[in-house]
Design a protein around this ligand. Structure first.
Ligand SMILES: Nc1ncnc2c1ncn2[C@@H]1O[C@H](COP(=O)(O)OP(=O)(O)OP(=O)(O)O)[C@@H](O)[C@H]1O
Ligand SMILES: [Mg+2]
Length: 235
């Protein structure tokens, strides 16, 4: 599991994340809600080692990772699928996927198994494995980004707004895949604008506002909370 305590971080001109406490249990799906600019991506960059915290602590699977390097954190079993996908558009789908295996295991057999798992999860990617990633639809590119993160064989997957810019039907496919990943025992930490769908698949949720946790609880309780409904569910 991941335990984040008192975590603060920023980009040099003061903190944008203020003493955040979040626990993401192993194998569970935890959702982080929050308006634009509330600090979701900053939180994810900090726990995955891309950004250095100014205070606080991150523990993953019982070991402190607060100031570990990104590659070391991936090797521990935490994979980060960033907001905006960041694929290499002129490389093939399969080459993009294989980049995710680079930091992790060098065991060729295991890498083949992981590639097979990704294609089982997203069969359309197998059909397009030799096409340039940039030629795929937005939804398919999101599948490549998630698949690439899975290629590091994570225990926990961080997904930053996977439904961004996708049509409702495609969003549903991506959410179904996230549920499938979670059912394989992989923990998921998910940031979403699509609060209604995210709360349906999550067990626990946190709401960030201006870099602070302002609400947390069981996902079903958050879905019934008037403040959440008003701010995020359009009720
Ligand atoms: N690279 C950066 N340099 C400086 N400030 C940044 C940078 N990235 C984000 N910020 C600032 O940090 C704050 C939190 O932004 P962050 O991207 O973490 O929010 P978010 O919840 O992920 O928002 P969104 O829903 O738009 O993705 C915002 O005020 C933002 O302007
Ligand atoms: Mg963000």
């Amino acid at each position: 599991m991941m335990r984040i305590s008192g975590l603060s971080a920023g980009y040099g001109a003061g903190d944008v994340l203020h003493s955040v406490d979040i626990t993401a249990p192993a194998g569970e799906l935890t959702v982080i809600l929050g308006a634009n600019g509330s600090g979701k991506s900053t939180l994810f960059r900090t726990v995955s080692g891309v950004l250095r915290p100014t205070a606080g602590r991150v523990e993953f699977e019982g070991e402190e990772t607060t100031r570990s390097r990104p590659a070391a954190i991936v090797r521990r079993g935490l994979a980060h699928c960033p907001e905006g996908r960041h694929l290499f558009p002129r490389m093939s789908v399969e080459k993009n996927l294989m980049l995710g295996a680079y930091v992790g295991r060098r065991d060729k057999r295991r890498v083949r198994e992981l590639l097979g798992r990704t294609y089982d999860l997203f069969p359309v990617l197998q059909d397009k494995s030799h096409q340039d990633a940039g030629s795929l639809s937005g939804g398919q590119q999101q599948m490549v980004a998630i698949g690439r993160a899975l290629m590091s064989d994570p225990k926990m997957l961080i997904l930053d707004e996977p439904s961004m810019g996708l049509a409702p039907l495609i969003t549903q496919q991506v959410f179904d895949a996230i549920v499938g990943i979670n059912q394989e025992g992989i923990g998921v930490l998910l940031a979403e604008q699509n609060a209604r769908s995210a709360l349906k698949i999550a067990s626990t949720g946190y709401v960030l506002a201006e870099g602070r946790v302002v609400l947390s609880g069981a996902a079903s309780d958050l879905a019934d909370d008037p403040a959440v409904q008003q701010a995020y569910l359009g009720v």
